[in-house]
Design a protein around this ligand. Structure first.
Ligand SMILES: Nc1ncnc2c1ncn2[C@@H]1O[C@H](COP(=O)(O)OP(=O)(O)OP(=O)(O)O)[C@@H](O)[C@H]1O
Length: 276
């Protein structure tokens, strides 16, 4: 089976009443989601809620036990998923390049979808120029020739987004991209994601996180997962509310969206007992 280059119409992703069962346990149950071009989704939930499991389905890494998943219009189970995956940008912060590569070389391996730089392969002038443009867009131009081993975690995160964008995907999947970053590195990463979305208005993205502070202001939609079920999903303003997020994390939290479009969550506390 082969996958012809997906056409540009219809939803980018569609999951319909999806379940994943492992060892008799439901990791996902009756989850439905449609992602259209230009939409930027956040998947939120507590540890073990099923976010990475759902992202694995959307990235054509796993198959549903029940239900239908269509990625770029192709139904999982009926297409060659390896080829389908070549049309997706999947940013795995744990990606480890094979060999002593520079940032630019790691970005170029996004075209061959390999950990190593393919021997005797030379990118075309257009591909090389695209790599340089993406490296610059992610704020990494000054580090383009640097050895991967010398990069900070934040720099690696941004370079991996550039790598994922090399094949010009219509869909970018980001699994906890800000994990482990310090404050400045997180802010640089989020600015880069905002810039990327502004420059590629038809690109769709799905970003997994536990933390509302790690959501870029350009987020348009959100899904809250709890115990493998969808608690709420839709436009971000309808979903990231104090009531729904408190129910999702089973803890009282106060959600505030600032003037800059970013979110913050403050956990409520059980009232302390007064001294007698
Ligand atoms: N292959 C598997 N077999 C059995 N259980 C699994 C498998 N993969 C994941 N799980 C379980 O499914 C649940 C959901 O896992 P998942 O990694 O999707 O959660 P998550 O929301 O991404 O969590 P976290 O925020 O901790 O990364 C967890 O309880 C996990 O232990």
């Amino acid at each position: 089976m082969t996958v012809s280059r997906p056409c540009d119409t219809g939803p980018v992703l569609r999951a319909d009443a999806v379940a994943i069962v492992r060892d008799g346990r439901h990791l996902l149950r009756d989850v439905s989601l449609t992602v259209n071009r230009g939409e930027h989704w956040a998947l939120l939930g507590a540890n073990g809620a099923g976010k990475s499991t759902l992202l694995g389905l959307l990235g054509a890494v796993t198959h549903p036990t029940r239900g239908l998943v269509q990625v770029l219009g192709r139904t999982l189970g009926r297409v060659d998923v390896r080829e389908l995956r070549s049309y997706l940008g999947h940013v795995n912060p744990r990606h480890a390049p094979d060999g002593p590569l520079t940032v630019r070389e790691v970005v170029l391996t996004g075209l061959t979808n390999t950990a190593a730089f393919v021997p005797r392969w030379t990118p075309s002038p257009e591909e090389a120029e695209r790599a340089d443009r993406l490296v610059a867009m992610l704020g990494m131009a000054a580090r383009s020739g640097a050895s991967w081993a010398t990069l900070s975690q934040g720099e690696r995160g941004r370079a991996l987004i550039a790598r994922a964008l090399m094949p010009q995907p219509r869909l970018l999947l980001l699994d906890e991209p800000a994990t482990g970053l310090d404050l400045a590195a997180r802010e640089q990463l989020l600015s880069s994601i905002d810039a990327l979305r502004a420059e590629h208005p038809t690109l769709a993205t799905v970003l997994v996180t536990h933390h509302l502070e790690e959501l870029p202001a350009s987020t348009t939609h959100a899904m809250l997962l709890r115990d493998g079920r969808c608690l709420a999903s839709g436009p971000v303003g309808d979903v990231l509310t104090t009531d729904l997020v408190s129910a999702c994390f089973d803890h009282p939290v106060l959600i505030v969206r600032g003037d800059d479009g970013r979110w913050s969550a403050r956990a409520g506390r059980a009232p302390a007992a007064l001294p007698r």
